[in-house]
Design a protein around this ligand. Structure first.
Ligand SMILES: Cc1cc2nc3c(=O)[nH]c(=O)nc-3n(C[C@H](O)[C@H](O)[C@H](O)COP(=O)(O)OP(=O)(O)OC[C@H]3O[C@@H](n4cnc5c(N)ncnc54)[C@H](O)[C@@H]3O)c2cc1C
Length: 383
C-alpha cells in the first residue's frame, strides 16, 4: 500500500490551496449574494489547467488521472463551492464528448471548455423524473438528416449560463433506458428557452429549467449510437460522484480548521473553548469521520485509475460525504456562537451550498440502493 501523493500532486495541492485562499474565498460571499456567475474565476481555473483535467490531450486538455481531478475538486471547494460545478461539468463534457462526440463536436466544444470560455451543462432530470431517470419523457424524433428535440429539463446546473447542454432524450418510446440517446445541443438554437430556479445555496451556478420546442440538431450532434445514452454515454462516470464527495469534504475540512483556530482563542468561563470536552470531542469526532471518508474517496479514485470497478465505493462516498459535510459545518457554525449564524462568517453559506449535493447527481437513497445492489445483487432492488 502507498498512502502518498506523487510530487506533482503535492505541488498541485500547494498551488490550488493558495489560489482558493487568495482568489476564490474572498469573492465567494459576493457571488452567493449577487448570484453572479464567476466567469473570471472559471477562466483562471482554465489557465491553471483544471478544466482540462478530464479532456483529451488532443483537444486542449490534460487527460490526467482521476485522483488529480479529485484533489482539484477538494482544493477548489475550500475557496468556493460553486466553482467546483464548473470543474465537474468540464470534466463530464471532456469524458462524454471525448468518447462519444463527432470530430466536429469535439473541435467546437472541448478546447473552449478547457479554457473556461464555454460551459457544457448536463441535462438529464425532468420535471416528472429524477431518481428514476430511465423513465424520461423528453423525445428526439428523426427529421431529415437530424433530430427534433421536444421536452423539458429541470434543475440543470449552470443552465442559465451554459452555451450548450448534453441532453438525454427518448428515441424509442418503448425502450425505457435502452430507448434513450444523448445529444449535444447548443443553447442558442431556435426553440430553446430557459428560466432560472431560485436555489437556497450555490446561487452563482444558476440552475435552470430548459425547454426544447422542436429544436433541430444534425446527426453529428448525436453522442454515440441511438439507445446508448445510458449504457455507453453515461457509463464510467462513477468517478464524478467521488469528486463531488471530495468537494463536500474540502468545505468541511476548511470549516474545521477555522473552528479549531477560533475555539483556541475564544474564552468562556475564563477558559478557551477548546479546553471543554463538549467542544473538543465533537471536533475530534468530525475530524475522524472526515479523514475516514476522504480515504474512501482516494481509494475509489485509486481503483478508477487502475481501471477497476469502483461503483460501490463511489456511491458510498456520494451519500456519506455530503451528509457528513452538512453535519460538520453545522457543528462549526454552532461553535462560533451567534456570529456563526450571521452572513459575516462563511458557515451558513457553506451549509446551504453542500446541502444541494445531498440531492444533486443522485440522492442519498439512490446511492444506498446502488451500494446494496453491489453488495447483495439485484434481489435487493425495489424494481
Ligand atoms: C444542486 C443540484 C444540482 C443539480 N444539477 C443537475 C444537473 O446539472 N443536471 C441534471 O440533470 N440534474 C441535476 N439536478 C437534479 C438531480 O439530479 C435530481 O434532483 C435528483 O436526481 C433527484 O431527483 P428528483 O429531484 O426528481 O427527486 P425524486 O426522484 O422525486 O425523489 C424525491 C425523494 O424520494 C427519494 N426516492 C426516490 N426513489 C426512491 C426509492 N426507490 N427509495 C427510497 N427513496 C427514494 C429520493 O431519494 C428523494 O429523497 C441537480 C439537483 C440539485 C439539487
Amino acid at each position: 500500500m502507498d498512502f502518498a501523493f506523487s510530487p506533482e500532486q503535492d505541488e498541485l495541492i500547494r498551488t490550488l490551496r493558495g489560489f482558493a485562499r487568495k482568489e476564490l474565498q474572498p469573492r465567494s460571499a459576493h457571488w452567493d449574494k449577487s448570484g453572479e456567475f464567476p466567469w473570471e474565476a472559471l477562466r483562471q481555473m482554465g489557465e491553471l489547467g483544471l478544466l482540462g483535467l478530464r479532456i483529451p490531450a488532443d483537444h486542449g486538455g490534460q487527460d490526467s488521472d482521476y485522483l488529480t481531478f479529485g484533489i482539484a475538486m477538494e482544493e477548489i471547494a475550500r475557496g468556493d463551492f460553486a466553482c467546483t460545478y464548473g470543474l465537474q461539468l468540464a470534466g463530464l463534457a471532456g469524458e462524454i464528448l471525448g468518447r462519444s462526440g463527432s470530430d466536429e463536436v469535439k473541435a467546437r466544444w472541448l478546447p473552449s471548455t478547457a479554457r473556461g470560455e464555454t460551459i457544457v451543462a448536463l441535462a438529464l432530470t425532468e420535471p416528472g423524473v429524477g431518481s428514476d431517470a430511465a423513465n424520461l419523457a423528453c423525445r428526439a424524433e428523426r427529421e431529415g438528416d437530424g433530430y427534433a428535440i421536444t421536452g423539458e429539463k429541470s434543475g440543470i446546473s449552470l443552465g442559465m449560463v451554459a452555451q450548450a447542454a448534453i441532453v438525454f432524450a427518448r428515441t424509442d418510446p418503448a425502450g425505457r433506458a435502452r430507448g434513450v440517446t444523448a445529444f449535444l445541443v447548443p443553447l442558442d438554437l431556435p426553440g430553446v428557452s430557459r428560466s432560472p430556479l431560485r436555489d437556497m445555496g450555490t446561487r452563482a451556478i444558476g440552475r435552470a429549467v430548459l425547454a426544447f420546442d422542436r429544436v433541430r440538431v444534425p446527426d453529428a450532434h448525436r453522442l454515440g449510437e441511438e439507445g446508448t445514452g445510458f449504457y455507453q454515454v453515461m457509463q464510467g462516470f462513477d468517478y464524478n460522484r467521488v469528486g463531488i464527495a471530495l468537494a463536500c469534504l474540502g468545505v468541511a475540512q476548511v470549516s474545521l480548521e477555522e473552528t479549531m483556530g477560533y475555539v483556541k482563542e475564544r474564552k468562556a468561563f475564563g477558559r478557551a473553548l477548546a479546553t471543554f470536552e463538549g467542544v473538543s470531542f465533537p471536533i475530534a469526532e468530525a475530524a475522524t469521520q472526515v479523514d475516514a471518508c476522504r480515504w474512501l474517496c482516494y481509494r475509489a479514485l485509486w481503483l478508477a485509475d487502475r481501471g477497476q470497478r469502483h461503483t460501490k465505493e463511489s456511491a458510498m462516498t456520494k451519500w456519506w460525504a455530503p451528509r457528513l459535510a452538512v453535519d460538520t459545518i453545522h457543528q462549526c457554525l454552532l461553535f462560533h456562537g451567534h456570529y456563526g449564524y450571521t452572513d459575516e462568517l462563511p458557515f451558513e453559506q457553506r451549509m446551504r451550498d453542500v446541502i444541494g449535493l445531498e440531492i444533486g447527481d443522485g440522492a442519498a437513497e439512490v446511492m444506498k440502493m446502488v451500494v446494496a445492489r453491489e453488495l447483495m445483487g439485484r434481489e435487493s432492488l425495489p424494481y
